[in-house]
Design a protein around this ligand. Structure first.
Ligand code: HEC
Length: 147
C-alpha cells in the first residue's frame, strides 16, 4: 500500500502533460546532440567535398593536372607547408582561407596526412590559425560559411 501510494504521483507525472513535455525536451536534446556530432568536422567527408574533385578520391591526383597527395612530400612535411597551400592556394589550386575554418582545414589535412599510406602527425587548428595570421590569408566571411 505504501508502495502504490508512493508510485502514484510518479505515474501521473510520467503520463500527464508534463511527461509529454519532458519527453519532447529529451527528444530535442537528443537531436541537438546528434546534429552537433554531425557538425564536427570529419576529415574524410571534408576531403570528398572540397578536394577530391581535383586530387581524386584516393589522393592519387591526375598526372599533369593535379598532384597526388598520396605519398606527397609536402603533405607529410612540416605542418605549416600544407596549411599554407590550402589557406592561400598556389598555381591552379584555389585558396580555401575565405571558405574553411581553422578547425576544418586542420581536420582535412589531418585526414590527408594519415590516409593512402601517408604517415604524418595531425595538424592542429592552432597551427592553421598561426599560418593564416602570418600569411594574411582570408578568413571565412561568417560562421555559417565556416563549414
Ligand atoms: C580545383 C582543383 C583543386 C582543388 C579543389 C584542390 N586542389 Fe590542391 N592542388 C591543385 C593543384 C593544381 C595543385 C598544384 C599547384 C601548383 O602546382 O602550384 C594543388 C596542390 C596541392 C598541395 C601541394 C602539393 C605539393 O606537393 O606541392 C596540397 C597539399 C593540396 N593541393 C591540398 C589540397 C586540399 C587539402 C584540398 C581540399 C581542401 C585541395 N588541395 C583542393 C588543385 C586543387
Amino acid at each position: 500500500m505504501i508502495l502504490s501510494a508512493s508510485r502514484a504521483p510518479r505515474r501521473s507525472l510520467g503520463g500527464g502533460t508534463s511527461g509529454r513535455v519532458l519527453s519532447a525536451l529529451c527528444a530535442a536534446a537528443a537531436l541537438s546532440i546528434a546534429s552537433s556530432a554531425r557538425a564536427a568536422p570529419d576529415g574524410g567527408a571534408l576531403f570528398a567535398q572540397n578536394c577530391a574533385a581535383c586530387h581524386q578520391a584516393a589522393g592519387q591526383g591526375i598526372p599533369g593536372a593535379f598532384p597526388a597527395l598520396a605519398g606527397d612530400v609536402l603533405v607529410q612535411g612540416p605542418a605549416p607547408g600544407a596549411a599554407n597551400v590550402v589557406l592561400n592556394g598556389r598555381g591552379g589550386m584555389p585558396a580555401f582561407g575565405g571558405y574553411l575554418s581553422d578547425e576544418t582545414i586542420a581536420s582535412v589535412l589531418t585526414f590527408v596526412r594519415s590516409s593512402w599510406g601517408n604517415k604524418a602527425p595531425p595538424i592542429t587548428p592552432e597551427v592553421v590559425a598561426a599560418v593564416r595570421a602570418d600569411t594574411g590569408a582570408e578568413h571565412p566571411k561568417s560562421a555559417l560559411q565556416a563549414h
